[in-house]
Write a protein that binds this ligand. Sequence first.
Ligand code: GLC
Length: 436
Amino acid sequence: MMRKQIDNWEQWKTRCRRVLEANLPDRDVLGRLNYRYTCPAKEKGHYLPQWLWDSCFHALTYRWFEPDMAWDELQSLFVHQVFEGDDKGMVPHMAHFAENHDEVDQLLFRHPNRSMLTQPPLIAIAALAVYEKAPARTILTSMYPKLKLYHDWFDRRRDPDGDHLVTIIHPWESGWDAAQRWDEMMGVTETTSTQLAALGDKRKKLVELIFEHHCDANALARVNGSFFVEPADLNAIRAADLEALARIAQEIGQSDQEQNELKLRAEAVRQAIRKKMIRIDNGRLYAHDLIGPDEKETSPDSAAKFILMFGKCVNEDEAQLLRNELEEEVSRFNTKYPIPTTPADNASFDGGEYWRGNVWLAINWLVYRGLQNYGFASEAQRLAQKSLELVDHSGFCEFYNPITGDRGKRLGKLCPQNQSWSTIVLDMLGRERDSD
Ligand code: GLC
């Protein structure tokens, strides 16, 4: 099935390299940085700073042709890690405002160089994957304490109820900015363009509220109008990242005790997910985000549940249910171009509109790796193939319509066509090629 694409490996490499190269910061910005990174997309001028999980995906692509750049991209994420105060250890979801003369974000986030929010933690996972191709032990060793600090921060600041599931305090931290999963919390009652436009403003207002409460999740839990969610997918990703960190600890010669402690922390997250977030109904598995301090299980169905396989958070039977749903003949998730983040039968599904039911290739990658975790090799391969077809159809768009394969829109405006993280298809192709 993948023969043709595998035979085109060199062309795919060139295409992905071109997209990433075109998204390097301008020369004067590069000159002011400690390490290079890649902008998510330069073509509309909005995505110039560095974004946390985007850079992890960029590194996973770069490792196939420019591992030095992959290492730079990851090291750059720690330049603005918080090194003092209550939030010591946090890695910001956006950084390098000053170098980009980004006054809008400096004002919004009240800091010259970084936001006070984070994003799904994938850095250890990406570092380990880069290390497989370019074993730079010194770099890995220097990243290790920073990664530990980051995960310690999550436990210290973002798990007020101590159940091993961390909380996000803003939709931006999920990476799924405008998804239906957050509608109830964000006061969206119907998907009209007015409400969606207002949603953008609400996200900005929420930043002010978070500052008022000193970014303290525990305090925000009790504040009217705040955002307080334990998301299923972010926690699953975190379990995988802790596991990757344990492997890094082993690689750089940390004690067995240290390695085991990290493995236990990963396992504690998994067990909490199993205990609190999974429901099976009529042969279908649902994963719930826990909303608010009372942990309401009200989130609508979404592709986040497939990411539980990425974190190895389901048993074999449950994984089979997830796999079946992805492969169903006519399915809410098995659209012509899979996988829509919101299933096609959700009343407010909109395949064209930002996070309201689109395909995001970074999400496809997480599901692809999850399927592989459970031995679903041919299903993973099919998803890789479909993802490559989507790029052939429309280019490396930020996101796509799952029915037509066309470029997505945000409030009527087309999304960028050369978004860096969509080059993650190269990592799927490279892995398929290696196992061919
Ligand atoms: C959007 C996405 C987010 C991503 C960012 C940069 O805000 O929702 O997940 O990290 O763009 O690409």
